[in-house]
Design a protein around this ligand. Sequence first.
Ligand SMILES: [Zn+2]
Length: 127
Amino acid sequence: MSGLLAFFRGKCPQCRKGNVFTHTVWNLKRFRDMNEHCPSCQVKFESEPGFFWGAMYFSYAYTVAFLIIIGFFYFSYFEEYSLGWYIGAIIGFSLLTAPASFRMSRLLMMYLAAPYRKYRGNYKGTR
Ligand SMILES: [Zn+2]
């Protein structure tokens, strides 16, 4: 499986086989639940305490990017607009995409760190 496909399917960044998350993104109560270790290669997903704090920056960048994109279309295509509708649209969009944003941010954090993690002794297996 290619890295990009594995990323979008939420697979382990090391072996690209095991699922990172225990439930689907549509399960609004448990979309945050992660496996502690990869079910396939046993790599520990949170390699150190606070590893996923960096994912908040990706989530922030994602939200700001869509704030700009939505703003561009909103102010370009609507002749009469109000700041309240724009802010409401941003808040609505952020809430609707929060589960996907959360998961994408964590996956991005893991995929960016994956090349450096396999030498740290918590990886058992071959790619
Ligand atoms: Zn794995």
